[in-house]
Write a protein that binds this ligand. Sequence first.
Ligand SMILES: C[S@@+](CC[C@H](N)C(=O)[O-])C[C@H]1O[C@@H](n2cnc3c(N)ncnc32)[C@H](O)[C@@H]1O
Length: 405
Amino acid sequence: MDIVSVAFRISCATFELGVEMWRSAHGGLEMTFQKPEGPERLENRIRALEFFSGIGGLHYGLEYAHPRSEVVAAFDINEHANLCYHHNFGLKPTQTGIQTLTPKAVDKLQANCWLMSPPCQPYTQGGKQLDDKDPRAEGLLHLIELLGLVQTPPEFVFVENVPNFELSRSRKLMVDKLDELGYEIHEFLVTPLQFGIANDRRRYYLTARRVGLANDSSREGKYSEHATIHTTPWPKSIFGKTMENAPQPRMLSEYLEDLDDTTLYKVPDVYITKRHKFRFDIVNPSDRRCSCFTKAYGSHHVIGSGSFLQTDKFEKPHNFDDPTDLLDLGLRFFTPTEVARLHAFPVDGEANIHQFLDGGVPAASRHKLIFPPNLTTIQKWRLLGNSLNCRVVGVLMRDVLFKMR
Ligand SMILES: C[S@@+](CC[C@H](N)C(=O)[O-])C[C@H]1O[C@@H](n2cnc3c(N)ncnc32)[C@H](O)[C@@H]1O
């Protein structure tokens, strides 16, 4: 080992000791990190950029994960999503394609954290899987390039996408770039069901934390040479903080609104009768699981877009061979508020169970999700179908990305 790397390691060890002392003095709950340009400099605030911001699922997750965090700029091309984002956070997302962002513009924002949930269509199973050749991957590919071009790469990166992304060329490009720039990387494929939430939405997540310098030869091995996608029942167990059992999801009844009039959400008979012998995805209020809501939920695309809720004739066995036999089950769509609860968005009051719960203790996020009054129900479903589970994001950010505990 040459003298320069010995000196670097000693300075890192001294720095880590300082961080540990600082941590214990602050009850082990504070986050510390190192600025790449000077290991002695401590910071404890997160200034995030939210790319592909939608209705801000990553923003809510960040607020849960870190008490001193702010999103300093958001970017999305969807007008309705931006309306909603502005309505709730008071921050107007930039409505231009992410592929047009220059390194200078990004540097100017002085952010130390990049959050991104790029479009999933290039990777979706059943889709064309054009991957990096799909024009919708352009924004993500541009961000990967920007990582190497900005003067100060972010300390933290968080990515969300669909299963199958882990096999893509786009993911490889991203991991290679993060590896090259000295990030510690973790990848996950997990579902809210594993976090005690009654909704199945298995997703890919990546956390990257900058621990070294670009092309740092003293780092042992590249992540990509031993990459692991964590799929364990409770991700904390990976990091030595085992939870005995993943919490059992609550019954769907606990997520439901008390509706005076359900006709607005009734599944039209024609959606049911025209699908002969199709096994509809029907759940009832005592179930502890419903399936993933996509942006087609509430439309006539009933296959694979999300569960229908049965509200009547619970004792009656379903006969899927005769769709008319399903018409008296009182099938309705989950309302946008119910979907938002199942995605762990903070739609209710602070002490409500639908807020983030941690060991039974509600952890409030600073902003609520309230849809602007001019959005239609179908627009709300679309936005929610594109969004994500804020609690899963919050836990992964808190425990893995920021190592808050
Ligand atoms: C998977 S959704 C992310 C949703 C978000 N995480 C949320 O909680 O609502 C992808 C978002 O990227 C936006 N988008 C797609 N291509 C974009 C581009 N080139 N530049 C900016 N935004 C883009 C879409 O409008 C959509 O809102």
